[in-house]
Each structure stands twice: as C-alpha cells, then as structure tokens.
Design a binder for this molecule. Structure first.
Ligand SMILES: [Zn+2]
Length: 198
C-alpha cells in the first residue's frame, strides 16, 4: 500500500511512545513536504543524539558534558538529593524554580508487572553517593502511583539505620498521576510541603 521507504519511516515513528500509526503517517508525509536542507539538519541532529548526549557521572541526568548543569552548580545544596524516576521528572521540578538541591535519576521504578526489580535501578549508586557525599536528606519524588510508593518504601528501608533524613513529595498530586505532567503550582506545593517518610 505504501512505497517501501515511506513505510519504513512510518514504522519508525509508530514505534515511538504515544505515536499511533495514523499519526506516524501524517508525520512522515509532513517531513516529505519539507525542504531537503531542513531534513538534513534533522537527520544530522538525530545521528548525533547518542554521541553528543550522555548521562551525568554523578546523578545520571542527561547532559553534554561529564557532569550536568545542576551538579556543576556550587550554589546548589549538595547534601540534599532529590530521587526521581527519569530525567523528565527532574526537568519538571527544575521548571518550578523552587528546588535548590541536586538529583539522582533512578532510571525506572520497582514494578513486578514490567519486570523491573530493585536491581535494575541505580540504587547501589545512590547508596554510594549518600556515603561519599555525606548526604543530609534524601527527598523521594517518585510518582504517586503504586510503583512510585513501592520504590519510595524500598529506599526508606535501605537507609533505615543511616543518619540521613528521608522525605517524600507531599500528597496533592493526584494519585496515579505523573510528576512530568503536573502543573507548576501543584508541583511547587508538593515540593515545599514534603513530609518525612517514617
Ligand atoms: Zn548531575
């Protein structure tokens, strides 16, 4: 039904999250109508994605250098670590302008349904950091979902006997909601009213 090269691109786009086959068709047609030079830049940026970006060596946020902008900023509170599921959550929190600590990106949540256990998350790295950086507070900002809560409790257990305070994002975000999509006012409130996890 489709020319071969057209179909190949549709399959690429349709494999992306939130893009259905119909949307993929429209995107490919839209690209086909663009100037060749514009497409060249697009292709070049795509090619460079994996070479120009990497994970921050300290917090695993995405960045272009060895360390991300937050980790490199000495005015940030280096003893307050906010634990999030992925880089987009850190970006959402940064947008509020209310958080002055640093981050730790877990790279997922504990989820038996998705076959994700505690060993697939960057928890060992978190333990090492807390030890080496003499962390004062771990602020867990995982989504208010079963998976987010399970992960938060698991982290609580790891640090049970250690002199570090564990806090959790305040309720206020809808249960089952996603930090990434929360509006800034709600997220700011949840950040400022964080509570100790006991
Ligand atoms: Zn970093």
């Amino acid at each position: 039904m489709y020319p071969k090269s057209f179909k190949k691109l549709i399959d690429h786009f349709a494999s992306l999250p939130s893009v259905g086959p119909k949307m993929a068709e429209r995107l490919v047609l839209h690209l086909f109508k663009q100037e060749a030079e514009k497409l060249e830049v697009f292709a070049e940026d795509l090619r460079n994605l994996k070479t120009s970006l990497n994970f921050c060596r300290r917090c695993f946020n995405i960045c272009e250098k060895e360390y991300c902008a937050v980790c490199s900023d000495s005015s940030r509170d280096q003893q307050l670590i906010c634990v999030v599921e992925d880089p987009l959550d850190a970006i959402a929190i940064e947008k509020t302008g209310q958080y002055k600590g640093i981050y730790h990106i877990l790279g997922g949540l504990i989820s038996p349904l998705k076959n994700k256990d505690e060993f697939s998350l960057r928890l060992k790295e978190l333990e090492n950091r807390v030890k080496e950086e003499a962390t004062r507070e771990i602020f867990i900002a995982t989504n208010p979902t079963t998976e987010g809560d399970t992960t938060a409790l698991y982290i609580r257990r790891i640090f049970k006997d250690q002199p570090v305070k564990i806090t959790r994002l305040a309720r206020g975000l809808a249960t089952g909601g996603d930090i990434e999509y929360a509006d800034e006012i709600t997220l700011t409130e949840a950040l400022t009213n964080r509570r100790e996890l006991v």
